[in-house]
Design a protein around this ligand. Structure first.
Ligand code: UDP
Ligand code: MG
Length: 320
């Protein structure tokens, strides 16, 4: 199979049929073998009924419905797990991403050997204040911390080599940083393609201003994870040892001073160095323990899923 098209959606009943028809048209003209994976992230409208209907009429349509709303990242995760195509495309369901871009994205992966190609909404049709400006700042911060040189991390339209998506784990709200996850997993051939972008035709955006706060926190997490998640002892252990040595140094100093130099001077507990020694040694031990516990966790990590699926159409069990 050439292509898997993964579409996470939340309450997008107005767009689904139009989107499906549009993708179908492009697929037909290019002659691809493909599947469309609709991941219903707990919609409360008629989205799931529409997906069921589409899948009855078209064998390429597969659907998966979450029991409740788990978020776009989880939806993508479920889609990645199920995808069977050589090239995997992700796109939003709201008709903002243009299916006509798919053939060129496909070529960039298969012909030019990219691991991942991210769309770049160079000309955006979203509100300037609530989206375009903060997103510029946000992309800049992401570029600086991750070293991945993309203009538009959060673009829903992306293409992947199958190996990439089978080797990354999208959790939390990390869908914004999939290219960074890919880079951390060792896929360095990351490209970018300017893509057409439309204004939202139906419904309204599912992410408010909190996206930027969450996005920034996720950025810190991802920086931390990429550096230390596999070796927590190297951060916490090192900090702990340094703290402990500082504290111990002060304790030795106080001891020598009291025993040999100022035998009849102030009480040790009256001296500021005492409190520095005490805090530093306590903190040092705690940090060291945190590192140690971290190492144990890393070693015991299970691959547990974080969502519950309530219904499927056209799915074989092994892909859930
Ligand atoms: N979406 C989802 N789960 C959520 C929120 C959004 O699957 O919890 C889907 C949504 O239906 C759409 C895509 O993610 O297909 C992008 O969402 P939206 O268009 O609201 O984001 P924006 O374009 O405003 O960044
Ligand atoms: Mg949108």
């Amino acid at each position: 199979m050439n292509l898997s098209i993964i579409i996470p959606l939340l309450n997008e009943e107005e767009s689904l049929q139009e989107l499906h028809a549009w993708i179908g048209k492009v697929m037909l003209s290019e002659g691809y073998s493909y599947e469309i994976l609709f991941i219903d992230d707990g919609s409360s409208d008629n989205s799931w009924q529409l997906i069921q209907k589409l899948s009855e009429e078209h064998p390429q349509v597969r659907g998966l419905r979450f029991l409740r709303n788990y978020g776009k990242s989880q939806a993508l995760h479920a889609g990645f797990k199920a995808a069977q195509g050589d090239v995997v495309i992700t796109m939003d369901a709201d008709l903002q991403d243009n299916p006509e871009e798919i053939p060129e994205l496909y070529n960039l992966i298969t012909r030019d050997g990219y691991d991942l190609v991210s769309g770049w909404k160079k000309k955006r049709y979203d509100s300037v204040l609530s989206k375009n400006m903060p997103s510029k700042l946000f992309n800049w911060a992401a570029r600086r911390t991750s070293g991945v040189k993309l203009h538009d991390f959060n673009c829903g339209l992306k293409a992947f080599n199958k190996t990439v998506i089978k080797n990354i784990e999208v959790s939390g709200e990390m869908h914004r940083y999939i290219p960074v996850l890919a880079k951390n997993a060792g896929f360095s051939n990351i490209g970018e393609k300017v893509v057409a972008h439309q204004a939202r035709k139906y419904g309204k955006t599912k992410f408010g201003m909190e996206r930027f706060i969450n996005g920034l926190l996720d950025l810190i997490t991802i920086w931390f994870i990429s550096k230390f998640a596999r070796r927590p002892m190297h951060l916490f252990g090192a900090l702990g040892v340094i703290m402990f040595i500082i504290g111990f140094g002060f304790a030795i100093y106080l001891g020598i001073d009291k025993l040999f130099i100022n035998k009849f001077g102030r009480l040790i507990t009256d001296r500021p160095q005492f409190y520095i020694a005490l805090t530093a040694m306590l903190l040092g031990t705690q940090l060291f323990l945190a590192g140690f516990l971290g190492e144990i966790l890393v070693r015991n990590r299970r691959n547990d899923s974080r969502y519950t699926i309530s219904e499927v159409v056209n799915f074989k069990d092994e892909y859930i």
